[in-house]
Design a protein. Structure first.
Length: 318
C-alpha cells in the first residue's frame, strides 16, 4: 500500500463512514450471500463454523485448515474477518491456491489469511475511511465512495458485497477479491525500487542485509538516491572504505526503529529510539511530516517484516 504525503492528512482526520458498509450491503446487487442467508439471527456459531456452513467459503475454510488457523479463529476473539468467497479465490492465477495449500507454503498462507483479519468486533457502523492494521501486521486501506446515491466500500482492491454477519466470536464482512499483502522484506522492497539504489548498496556494504531481512519488524526511514546525492561525494566514498564500516552501520541503523510504526503513531509519539541508540524527532504541521529535519515524502510503505517511510535527506547521528 503506497500512500503519498497527502494521505497523511487523511490518516490524521479520518472521516467516519457511519452506515457506509450497511448501505453497501443493500446496494451491492451482485452479492450472492446476505447476512440473513449465511447465519442465524442469534449468531451462535463461531467464525469458522459460520464460513463452513455458508457453502460459499469452502476454499477459505480449506485454507484456514492448511494454515493451522482454525483453532485461533474459533477462539474467544473477537475478530473481524473480511472473507473472500470461493469465486474470489477463483480469480487468482491458475495453480495459486493449490500452491498455497502445500505444507512448505504454510507461513505465506498464514500471512495472507491474517491480512484479512482485524482484532476486535468491527461492525458496519464503526467503519471509517482510512487504514486499519491487520493481524498480519500490515495495513489495509478502506475507501468509501458514494455515486448516484449508491455507496460502495473498497478494501485495498476488493469490494465489500455483504456485511455484519454476526458470529459468536466476531463478525464477517464478505469481499469479492483475495487481498495479497506485501511479501518482500524492507531490504527487498528498497532494492526493488529504482529510487533506493544507493541505500540498497550501502546496506549490503555494511553487511546489514541479513539483519534487516530478519523477522523484525522494523520501521525504516529510507533516504532516496536524491537524498544521498545531497551529501558531498567524498562522504559516501569515505563511508564505503572498510575502516569506516562501523560508522556506516551507525548511520544506517540511525534510520531504523524497532517495531512496525505507522506514520500516525510515529507523529503521535513525537520521537523514536533507533537501532543505533540515538533518537529521532518526528513532527507534523500543515499536512507535512518531518523526521529530525528531513521531510517525509511518502508514508507507510508496507513490507513483510516492517514498514518504510521515505525521507528526502540522510539522517546523521550526533
Amino acid at each position: 500500500m503506497k500512500q503519498s504525503i497527502q494521505w497523511f492528512a487523511a490518516l490524521a482526520m479520518l472521516s467516519t463512514a457511519g452506515q457506509a458498509l450497511a448501505q453497501c450491503q443493500n446496494s451491492c446487487s451482485d452479492s450472492k450471500a446476505t447476512a440473513k442467508e449465511v447465519v442465524s439471527e442469534e449468531g451462535d456459531k463461531n467464525i469458522v463454523e459460520t464460513a463452513v456452513e455458508a457453502g460459499s467459503f469452502k476454499t477459505l475454510a480449506a485454507a484456514l485448515k492448511a494454515a493451522g488457523l482454525v483453532d485461533a479463529l474459533t477462539g474467544k476473539g473477537p475478530f473481524t474477518v473480511f472473507a473472500p468467497t470461493d469465486e474470489a479465490f477463483a480469480k487468482l492465477p491458475k495453480g495459486t491456491v493449490e500452491t498455497l495449500l502445500k505444507p512448505e507454503n504454510k507461513l505465506k498462507l498464514q500471512s495472507i489469511l491474517k491480512y484479512h483479519v482485524l482484532s476486535g468486533n468491527v461492525m458496519a457502523k464503526d467503519v471509517k475511511t482510512g487504514a486499519a492494521e491487520t493481524l498480519n501486521g500490515q495495513r489495509i486501506d478502506l475507501k468509501v465512495e458514494t455515486k448516484d446515491k449508491a455507496t460502495s466500500v473498497m478494501i485495498d482492491k476488493s469490494k465489500v458485497t455483504a456485511t455484519d454477519i454476526g458470529c459468536s466470536n466476531g463478525v464477517i464482512h464478505v469481499i469479492d477479491t483475495v487481498m495479497i499483502p506485501s511479501d518482500k522484506t524492507v531490504v527487498e522492497t528498497a532494492a526493488a525500487a529504482s529510487s533506493f539504489k544507493t541505500l540498497a548498496m550501502l546496506i549490503e556494504k555494511a553487511e546489514l542485509t541479513k539483519v534487516l531481512s530478519g523477522e523484525g519488524p522494523f520501521t525504516v526511514f529510507a533516504p532516496t538516491d536524491e537524498a544521498f546525492a545531497k551529501l558531498p561525494k567524498e562522504v559516501v566514498e569515505s563511508l564505503l572504505k572498510p575502516e569506516n564500516k562501523g560508522k556506516l552501520q551507525d548511520i544506517l541503523k540511525f534510520h531504523v526503529v524497532s517495531g512496525r510504526v505507522f506514520s500516525d503513531a510515529a507523529v503521535k509519539a513525537g520521537k523514536a529510539k533507533t537501532l543505533q541508540g540515538g533518537e529521532l524527532q518526528i513532527a507534523a504541521k500543515d499536512g507535512k511530516a518531518t523526521v529530525s529535519g528531513a521531510n517525509l515524502s511518502t508514508l507507510d510503505l508496507d513490507a513483510s517484516n516492517g514498514v518504510i517511510h521515505v525521507v528526502d535527506s540522510v539522517l546523521m547521528p550526533k
